[in-house]
Design a protein around this ligand. Structure first.
Ligand code: ASP
Length: 438
């Protein structure tokens, strides 16, 4: 049994958090591979080390003194080291780094990567595990994508011994330079490690007890989702409430390795398990996995008498939007009507141009724009082939006096998507959540 664990920034923020991690790791001998983030915020007014490192680099580029920030970064790590009494020489590493920084001899990626590097050095010493640098196994191709084959082979060749700690977020380019993933990328490192080693599970330890059924800023104390498929997660993350870096899923889903989101501050909570499919149903009464949504959409609605007999109207409408590089979120239509739902932000700069082109090229009998539209979606793999779900949903919205402006459901029945006025957004999310949880 092998478990790959990854601890995020808030789990690595100070010595107290290190203590929690040690308990988690030592309570299960299968937890032999530990991937760590840079130290994150200790409280909401604190700074993430990675942010400070980027800031430090920007300062040097513009010739502004970055000493105070650099000192702050070094102090964070030294404080953790001293509180835990770890025999790690950070002084020489920081001094060497500072010298190179002063010579402008460090790339922004390399400097940003040092947060994870120092975290891993300290955590390895604390757990009594071996430090394995990410440059030893995470390999990029020259185009910046991960060279999975080389990465997997390199990690497989490393002896795990009692256990290893490796930094997340970065790896090595073929020319020997350090390259980082995009922000939050330590999740990807963990997924690559799990895939390389064919782990039984990839545990992603963070500061929430799993993925929640709804946004906690809208719904009071939403329940956590015990089990979710990768496909459902894609739909749920659409509203931006992302727990994982989007590049995390592919390496583990390709190998069918379950991903478990866990809370470092609540280690007994089982969190959320994410995998391709589930044979079992943890809760047979629950057919909605979650509720999600986003505000600020615009609907362009075009009607043309006799359109249903004309070939290519829809295609021409979509071509106009493509010309302006507008991505279409939904496209509900009727017999003589077609509408496109797009984000207001993307269409705003070219709305009138697009309307003029539709008018000119399609000669519609009416062309109407609705804005201030929100999209809310009920997502759930168990909705498929189950009559009555949308009935329940519409009835609940009707009772709450919420007008539905648009309805969309694909034949895969993974979600039911509704358009409502922006002002009804939070209300609709709450109604949907309540109607399936109470
Ligand atoms: N430390 C990096 C960031 O803040 C990467 C990570 O934590 O996943 O984005």
């Amino acid at each position: 049994m092998l478990k790959v664990t990854k601890f995020g920034g808030s789990s690595m923020a100070d010595a107290v958090q290190y203590g929690k991690i040690k308990n988690i790791i030592l309570s299960d001998p299968a937890r032999k591979v530990v991937v760590v983030s840079a130290a994150g915020k200790r409280n909401k007014d604190d700074h993430k080390i990675t942010d400070l490192l980027y800031l430090c680099h920007a300062h040097t580029q513009y010739g502004v003194d970055c000493n105070p920030i650099f000192e702050q970064i070094a102090a964070r790590y030294m404080e953790i080291r001293d509180e835990l009494n770890l025999p790690v020489d950070l002084e020489s590493d920081f001094a060497a780094l500072k010298k190179r920084l002063d010579r402008k001899d460090v790339t922004s990626d390399e400097l940003a990567s040092r947060g994870e590097y120092f975290s891993a050095k300290l955590m390895a010493a604390y757990l009594g595990f071996r430090f394995v640098d990410a440059t030893q196994w995470v390999k990029f191709k020259i185009d910046g994508s991960v060279d999975k084959e080389a990465t997997y082979a390199a990690l497989q060749a490393i002896d795990l011994g009692e256990g290893i700690v490796t930094p997340g977020f970065y790896g090595l380019m073929p020319d020997g330079h350090i390259r980082t993933f995009t922000r939050g990328g330590s999740d990807i490192t963990g997924a690559l490690a799990a895939a390389a080693l064919d782990a039984d599970i990839y545990e992603n330890w963070t500061d929430v007890s799993g993925i929640l059924m709804a946004d906690p800023r809208i719904v009071d104390n939403p329940q956590a989702i015990p089990e979710v498929t990768y496909e459902e997660l894609r739909e749920l993350s659409y509203s931006g409430a992302q727990v994982l870096h989007e590049g995390t899923i592919l390496p583990v889903s390709e190998k069918n390795i379950p991903l478990n989101i866990r809370n470092t501050n609540e280690p007994d909570n089982p969190g959320t398990i994410i995998r391709d499919s589930f044979d079992t149903n943890a809760d047979p009464n629950r057919f909605i996995t979650g509720v999600t949504g986003k505000k600020d959409f615009t609907i362009i609605s075009m009607s043309k008498r006799g359109m249903s007999n004309e070939v290519g109207v829809l295609w021409r409408m979509l071509t106009i939007l493509e010309r302006h590089n507008i991505s279409i979120d939904y496209c509900p239509n009727g017999i003589d009507n077609v509408s496109v739902v797009v984000s207001t932000e993307s269409i705003a700069p070219c709305l009138y141009q697009v309307l003029a082109e539709i008018q000119e090229e399609l000669k519609p009998s009416s062309l109407v724009v609705h804005d201030q539209i929100a999209v809310v979606a009920a997502v759930g793999r168990r909705m498929a082939s189950r009559p009555g779900i949308s009935g329940r949903l519409f009835a609940a919205l009707g009772e709450a006096g919420i007008n539905i402006r648009m309805i969309n459901q694909g034949p895969d029945e993974l979600n039911i998507i509704l358009g409502v006025d922006n002002k009804d957004f939070a209300g609709a999310i709450r109604v949907l959540y309540d109607s399936f949880t109470k």
